[in-house]
Design a protein. Sequence first.
Length: 257
Amino acid sequence: MTRYAMITGASAGLGLAMAEALARRGRSLLLVARQRDQLEIIAAELTQRFGVEVLFRACDLGEPLRLSGFLLELEESERQIDLLVNCAAVRSYGHFLAQDWSQEQDLIELNILALTRLCHALGNAMAVQGGGQILNVASLAAFQPGPWMSSYAASKAYVLHFSEGLREELKQTGVKVSVLCPGPVRSSQRRIPRLTDSSLVLDAEQVALHTVRALDRNRAVIVPGRRNAWLARAARVGSRWLTRIVSGRVNKAFAPH
């Protein structure tokens, strides 16, 4: 029976780069995102370039009813997914009180609830199969408070701690859990103009290559880039009040205006 790597948020950015990196290794893929037209093009291109089977499903994972329907489809199809890559996420920038609440709720639904539900459903399926691997994508922002992007940073802190806890819980089931905490990621869709020349910024393809190698080694927490890794460690040992102030100034300066 064919085993699939399922990637959410696969239509652009890091999700797309992960799809290409895994297809290059001969992995069969199930790509999930909201944009059906883009997924169809990507699936055809990856199949042509790498000769792998690429399935796709257009689904807004932040909508609980649609997510329920998608999970039911997976269960009824009996497709075996042995790698789950949770890339789908949304961001919010700016003063929290000035944000539209519906957008903040969408962030929580997708970044936290959908990711957790996918881990629960597919983690159970993997345990029954006798093993598998889950990669949740957090962020370098997960290591410190994030003024001016408070909801996003908090959601990624949840992903980091949830993933580390889940890793310990699932050890005896054969299911491996890792969490990716990249810094700013440059892609064809997201150029990050204010940070283009920063050594903290890596191309999505660089991050994906680093990540698949780290998955081979079953790394618990994956932080691509030496400077990013240093910042992650510094945030954990530094003074909380100073971290809040510095993080807030950086986020406010680089947030879109």
